[in-house]
Design a protein around this ligand. Structure first.
Ligand code: GDP
Ligand code: IMO
Ligand code: MG
Length: 431
């Protein structure tokens, strides 16, 4: 049975890129199936750091087919930039890239709409999007009348379609911006620019749904690379402070076209603590020197926007929920090294709301805002762990922390990461 999935179980940036890169060698295909250039996945190989937004993290491994499937919202300029950057560095295997002709395309109006709509109108707190046009492109996809899929760029009707959309968007955008602040878009230059992008990407574009279905039916090994994290899932996350796709495990089939029966293993990726970028509730947030300690040691600044990430203790109520939601079989605990040096480490094991203790992750954002985290405190460890290569080599208190995390989440730990490099990984065999 061929399918493995890597899903972030928090608010993104759990180090999914590192895990995908590590697992790529055991697979024939690596598939991005949702999100877009809001993602920033880091892969470190031989002291070289690669930041990938749209290219699957398998792109650095020869012999693997990398697929951007239909559920991704595609910024063609960004894909071309990433391909050019890899070519300049003499890295990657772009000849193995396949991009779905069904993927929806991001246009300049989506960026303008993203800036205008970033406010969550219910209470004024900004969603704090990455500004990459993600929400507006998904909105047009669902709305249908103003959407363009990659395959449309190769049709003779595209010029007329872009003219029609630009006319409508110029009217709606002018109304969204204060007078004089919005520069009308020019259909003919956008058409020309996107025709150039289409020509450049032509060798990669195909029907990836058919490609992946055939691969799955032939028993080829597929690795699905989730973007964002399950708490940012549009249906099951901390709505409206979410992204616009199904970033938990529930999105794999819809985004890739591969039925669930071909997916036999889901690996949940968990940071050893919590981070969040942008707005929205974060029960275990530490707005204090400990939070700053985590930010400094974890270099917690956004890969895409460089915004400082909000930091806090591990929240097991949230991660237990997202493990169940994503059908997680085992977890990978990442950035364990960041916790070294603390006198004590805390795990949020329950929430208190209206005087009652609960393990349920609330469905309404206002309730997530109101919960009080209940903490279990464990002794910390002073030793650096970045050179540890086995579970037994970790300090006893770090081992105890991991055992407790696994027990509370209710899933075995398959891997522990103690640094960004491929080598800084501890594989835990099933016992
Ligand atoms: P992703 O979006 O889930 O792929 O994660 P990001 O790439 O946005 O953020 C993870 C960051 O942590 C990257 O800079 C990685 O190089 C880095 N990283 C990955 N694993 C480890 C680890 O075990 N320890 C430390 N200190 N950094 C790590
Ligand atoms: P990776 O794949 C962390 C967050 C944004 C914002 C919200 C909505 O690297 O883990 P969007 O631009 O998607 O409309 O923004 O989602 N967000 C991420 N946070 N990691 C990501 O991706 C993210 N992608 C989006 O900060 O709060
Ligand atoms: Mg990231």
């Amino acid at each position: 049975m061929p399918g493995t999935c890597v899903i972030g179980l928090q608010w993104g940036d759990e180090a999914k890129g590192k895990i995908v890169d590590l697992l790529t060698r055991e697979h024939d295909f690596v598939v991005r199936y949702q999100g877009g250039a809001n993602a920033g996945h880091t892969v470190v190989v031989d002291n070289q750091t690669y930041k990938l937004s749209l290219l699957p993290s398998g792109i650095l491994t020869p012999g693997v087919t990398c697929v951007i499937a239909s559920g991704v919202v595609l910024n063609p300029a960004r894909v071309i930039e990433e391909l050019d950057e890899l070519a300049q560095r003499g890295a990657g295997n772009p000849e193995n890239l396949r991009i779905s002709d069904r993927a929806h395309v991001i246009f300049p109006w989506h960026f303008a709409e993203d800036r205008a709509f970033d406010k969550n109108t219910s209470d004024g707190e900004n969603i704090g999007t990455t500004g990459r046009g993600i929400g507006p492109c998904y909105r047009d996809k669902v709305g249908r009348s103003h959407a363009v899929r990659l395959g449309d760029l190769y049709r003779s009707s595209i010029r007329q379609r872009i003219e029609h959309i630009v006319e409508a968007k110029n009217r709606s955008l002018a109304a969204l911006y204060p007078a004089g602040e919005f520069q009308p878009l020019d259909a003919s230059s956008i058409h020309k620019q996107y025709a150039d992008y289409a020509e450049r990407l032509r060798p990669h574009v195909c029907d990836t749904t058919e490609l992946l279905l055939s691969a799955a039916e032939d028993g080829r090994r597929l690795l699905f690379e989730g973007a964002q994290g399950a708490l940012l899932d549009v249906d099951h996350g901390t709505y409206p402070f979410v992204t616009s796709s199904n970033s938990s495990g529930v999105g794999i089939s819809s985004g890739s076209g591969v039925p669930a029966r071909f997916i036999n293993r889901v690996l949940g990726v968990v940071k050893a603590y919590s981070t969040r970028v942008g707005g929205g509730p974060f029960p275990t947030e530490l707005d204090n020197p400990t939070g700053q300690y985590l930010r400094d040691r974890g270099n917690e600044y956004g890969t895409v926007t460089r915004r400082p990430r909000r930091c806090g203790w591990l929240d097991v109520v949230a991660v237990r929920y997202t493990s169940r939601l994503s059908g997680v079989d085992a977890i990978a605990v990442m950035l364990l090294d960041v916790l070294s040096g603390l006198d004590e480490v805390k795990i949020c094991t329950a929430y208190e709301i209206d005087g009652k203790r609960t393990m349920r992750f609330p469905s309404h954002v206002d309730d997530v805002r109101r919960v009080q985290p209940v903490y279990e405190t464990l002794p910390g460890w002073k030793e650096e762990v970045t050179t540890c290569r086995s579970f037994e080599a970790l300090p006893p208190n770090a081992q105890a922390y991991l055992r407790r995390v696994s027990e509370l989440i209710g899933r075995p730990i398959q891997m522990v990461s103690v640094g960004p490099d491929r080598e800084q990984s501890i594989l835990i065999s099933k016992s």
